[in-house]
Design a protein around this ligand. Structure first.
Ligand code: ADP
Length: 557
């Protein structure tokens, strides 16, 4: 059984391998310049060599036949002339015996003098009593002499006729030439004289020429293929080196350079590439230096502003505490001063945080945290703000209870920012906070049904200092840095912050945090694109039903 199974699988495997060949060749044709050029060179060279060989073979064949024909016709003419001379000079006086003897002598002489493979003589016209007998040196003479040939020879006195024929030989038929002419026997009348010559030697020469031609042709193709391969190697190796080096440069390895050898075009390419790489490296370095200076400047300014701001803050607090003692206009000014100083402080804190990101000096303080409970905390802490805005915040948490490693301070800041924005732009409609998890990640979505944004605004929402519409009401925060810091925090966790927003339909922000620090490949448990259709549809889906949040680790995750 086992043997049988092996025996059938082996041809199947090889059949599968064979079937994969055209795909492999097509792949090589597409991907390898060397293979393509070599295939084209070999194809065209083979075609040219074949055409040249066929043309030469035909020309040589024709030439060989012509020269053999000339030789054969000359030989036959000489034989006929000699025979005619012998017959003319013989004094036979019409005696039959003497005539027969002369004819026999002529036949023997011709056999010795010519290279013909067959000779035959036939009397033209009715036989007379003294006419020598017809004769042929071989038994197959009459088989190769055609009626047409005989008619011509009988009519054409003094003329030579020839025809290509097949001559029977020991090892099959050979190509040959049959020559026919007349022979005048004095006192008797004309005879047809036929001589047949084979072309064996010419065919042999031709065979040798053919073999030599094809061997030289194949050798030439192989030689040209080899030369093309070597030449191509010398060109394609530097090209693939350049491709690899460009890929490394594109991947950020700015120090890579191409080796430059000699003075040719490839060396020029290498030099130009290296000059380009030098220029890119120096420009990037310049930009990096500049950006470092800017980062330091922002950081220094923020730090420097902190001390005077603390003093201003104390003074503003003091003035604000005593505002009842002032007249209404001064009291209002004190209130405004206090609010703006608060904003100024927030702005400074955000700026310092951003400059820390830019300097790459932010460290996560990870601890196992339940995202659902964190969300619950944040909602609780912002309940007052929500009430002020007349917004009902609901938590829907089918998962996300079990603790996941994260920096709770930063994640709380993200959620606070998303929720603050949703409350601020929520237009008094409910805000739904969803927490869920899958085996790869935990996620929190903050969905509002308020103002929303145009698609082009939603694209810019994470840009620094960007606000969709400066004329929109600003009651909390409002530095334009909140979402950009939130995105930085999310990325620091290896997570993502996705947004969906539509003017008039509200917005949905989804923060996804991976369980193992690699979110790119992990699908988020919450989609950014909302599943319900209208703002009012939320109740139909039952998303805003109050939910009792179980304790950590107790719920699904
Ligand atoms: P800000 O401190 O101004 O809130 P953010 O970075 O948090 O800064 O937000 C940038 C801008 O994005 C906001 O000014 C607002 O115009 C827009 N935005 C953010 N969240 C929402 C939302 N839920 N609905 C509508 N617009 C929003």
């Amino acid at each position: 059984m086992t043997t049988g199974a092996t025996a059938t699988s082996a041809p199947l495997d090889s059949w599968r391998e064979w079937r994969a060949w055209p795909r492999r060749i097509a792949g090589l044709w597409r991907s390898s310049l060397r293979f393509r050029t070599l295939a084209v060179t070999l194809g065209l060279t083979s075609l040219a060599v074949t055409v040249a060989c066929v043309w030469m073979a035909l020309a040589i064949q024709n030439d060989l036949f012509d020269s053999r024909l000339r030789q054969v016709l000359g030989d036959a003419l000489r034989a006929q002339s000699a025979a005619q001379a012998t017959l003319d000079s013989a004094a036979t006086q019409g005696d039959q015996v003497q005539l027969q003897n002369v004819m026999t002598a002529v036949r023997t002489a011709m056999q010795q003098q010519t290279a013909a493979d067959m000779m035959a003589a036939f009397r033209i016209g009715p036989a007379t009593g003294n006419a020598p007998q017809d004769w042929a040196t071989t038994t197959w003479a009459e088989d190769v002499i055609t009626e047409g040939m005989r008619d011509r020879v009988q009519l054409g006195e003094g003329q030579q006729w020839w025809q290509s024929v097949a001559i029977p030989g020991d090892s099959g038929e050979l190509p040959g030439i049959l020559v026919g002419q007349q022979l005048e026997v004095p006192g008797v009348g004309p005879y047809e004289l036929y001589l047949a010559y084979d072309l064996a030697s010419a065919a042999q020469t031709l065979g040798f020429v053919h073999a030599t031609l094809w061997f030289s042709g194949v050798a030439l193709v192989v030689l040209i293929g080899g030369i093309a391969w070597f030449v191509l190697r010398s060109v394609t190796i530097p090209i693939s080196e350049a491709a690899d080096t460009s890929a490394l440069l594109a991947a950020g390895e700015l120090g890579v350079r191409l080796p430059v050898r000699g003075e040719d075009e490839l060396a020029t390419l290498g030099r130009s590439f290296n000059a380009m790489a030098d220029s890119i490296e120096s420009q990037i370095k310049e930009l990096a230096d500049l950006s470092l200076v800017q980062q330091r400047f922002v950081s220094d300014v923020s730090h420097e502003l902190r001390t005077p701001l603390t003093t201003i803050r104390l003074a503003a607090d003091m003035i604000n505490d005593h505002r009842e003692e002032f007249d209404p206009a001064t009291a209002r000014a004190a209130e405004l001063l206090n609010a703006q100083v608060e904003r100024f402080e927030t702005l400074l804190t955000d700026l310092l945080e951003i400059s820390r990101y830019d300097a790459g000096s932010v460290q996560l303080e990870l601890e196992p945290t339940s995202l659902a409970h964190l969300a619950e905390d944040v909602i609780g802490s912002m309940q007052q703000l929500a009430e002020q805005h007349g917004v009902d915040v609901r938590l829907v948490a089918p998962g996300g209870y079990s603790p996941v490693e994260m920096d709770p301070r930063r994640v709380r800041r993200i959620v606070r920012n998303l929720l603050g924005n949703a409350i601020e732009h929520g237009e008094r409609r409910p805000v739904v906070v969803t927490v869920d998890s899958n085996q790869h990640a935990v996620a929190i979505g903050v969905r509002d049904y308020g103002l929303g944004m145009r698609p082009e605004d939603a694209e810019r929402v994470f840009d620094r200092f960007w606000r969709a519409d400066p004329s929109r009401s600003r009651t909390i925060g409002g530095t334009g840095l909140g979402l950009s810091i939130a995105l930085g925090d999310a990325r620091l966790h290896g997570g993502t912050l996705a947004v969906w927003s539509e003017l008039g339909r509200g917005s949905n922000f989804v923060l996804t945090l991976p369980r193992d620090g690699r979110a790119e490949a992990a699908p988020s448990p919450i989609g950014a694109f909302p599943t319900e259709d209208t703002a009012t549809g939320i109740d139909a889906l039952g998303l805003t039903q109050p939910i009792d949040v179980p304790s950590a680790g107790g719920g699904a995750s």
